[in-house]
Ligand binder design. Structure first.
Ligand SMILES: CC(C)(COP(=O)(O)OP(=O)(O)OC[C@H]1O[C@@H](n2cnc3c(N)ncnc32)[C@H](O)[C@@H]1OP(=O)(O)O)[C@@H](O)C(=O)NCCC(=O)NCCS
Length: 291
């Protein structure tokens, strides 16, 4: 009989996991600045092993304390999705509980993963909606500078200040810590900050190349919101894209983020109709046992 074991995954599993991640089609992968293999060595990463072979894996390492995004769920044909998930999720829940609890979350693109999450008690309270901007189509661009605001290219030295703006602007579920911002910065096409006399109050980060770009981050510090800074960052980005010959810019936002949706639509983005559910599940800390 072959023993089935759920155990922490570590760097020694790199080869086996890379085979699963690259060749296995039964896979959920988070939209992430790191590959699932780059998370190896972090807590909350488990392998389902049978006779020395990894046949499924689940990773939800915390990037922000208390937030455990499902970054990888993969299983081989040896399992049904439900069976592999049940074995891994039972261990994940127990160990996250013991470690002090967390909010588990997933952007589930494939219907089979949506079904599994819903059956496990995950709740779907918002969607990620996709929008696209397709050039100015003859409209004049908005004013490039807002009074007292300067838009300039971001440098690596700005990242600690940018992290503060990011943390102040986003709910913890959507925040990017410094290390992630560093990775995003390294992979980006065009990154700018908005600053006033007090320093950085907003930023945007876009990726892409060829004919297309993607606005991956836009944030304005709450103290500076509603004064046209977000619009100014977008106008400057549109000018850059137009000058570079890029005519399509996509962006994702949350279905309940009314301010960003209205800003994007006012600036010429249209919804593509695509949307993906965000599922969350709160795992409480395990209560201390009475002595
Ligand atoms: C979305 C965001 C970048 C907009 O930045 P901003 O500098 O406030 O944007 P602007 O002032 O140029 O325009 C925003 C619009 O929302 C309105 N608005 C901004 N803050 C508001 C608030 N707190 N309450 C109500 N309306 C507000 C503005 O009046 C403006 O309306 P208008 O288009 O009718 O003129 C900013 O709100 C933010 O950082 N939010 C948190 C992070 C986020 O959600 N990012 C985008 C998601 S991917």
């Amino acid at each position: 009989m072959i023993n089935t074991l759920v155990r922490p995954a570590d760097l020694r599993d790199h080869q086996q996991l890379s085979n699963l991640v690259f060749f296995e089609t039964r896979l959920h992968r988070h939209l992430d600045w790191r590959s699932p293999l780059e998370w190896l060595g972090a807590p909350f990463y488990w392998a389902l092993e049978e006779g020395g072979q990894i046949t499924a894996a689940l990773a939800c390492p915390e990037e922000i304390a208390g937030i455990a995004w499902m970054r990888l769920f993969v299983y081989t044909g040896r399992w049904s999705a439900e069976n592999a998930w049940q074995l891994l999720w039972a261990t994940a829940r127990r160990e996250i509980e013991q470690a002090g609890g967390a909010r588990a979350a997933a952007i589930a693109i494939q219907p089979w993963f949506q079904e599994i999450l819903a059956a496990s008690g995950f709740e779907n309270r918002q969607q990620i909606v996709l929008l696209e901007w397709r050039g100015f189509a003859g409209q004049p661009s908005a004013a490039r500078e807002t009074a007292g605001i300067r838009i300039r290219k971001m440098t690596e030295a700005d990242l600690p200040e940018v992290e503060k703006t990011d943390a102040a602007s986003f709910d913890p579920l959507w925040q990017n810590p410094l290390e992630t911002l560093r990775r995003a910065f390294a992979q980006a096409l065009y990154v700018t900050v908005a600053e006033n006399e007090a320093g950085i109050i907003g930023y945007q980060l876009s990726t892409g190349g060829g004919q297309r770009a993607h606005l991956a981050r836009l944030a304005v510090h709450p103290a500076g919101q509603g004064k046209g800074v977000g619009s100014a960052l977008l106008s400057d980005l549109f000018t850059y894209l137009t000058d570079t010959g890029i005519s399509r810019l996509s962006v994702n936002t949350q279905s309940d983020n009314r301010i960003s949706l209205s800003l994007y639509q006012r600036m010429g983005f249209v919804r593509t109709g695509e949307q993906y559910p965000v599922y969350t599940f709160d795992i409480p800390a395990r209560a201390k046992e009475a002595t």
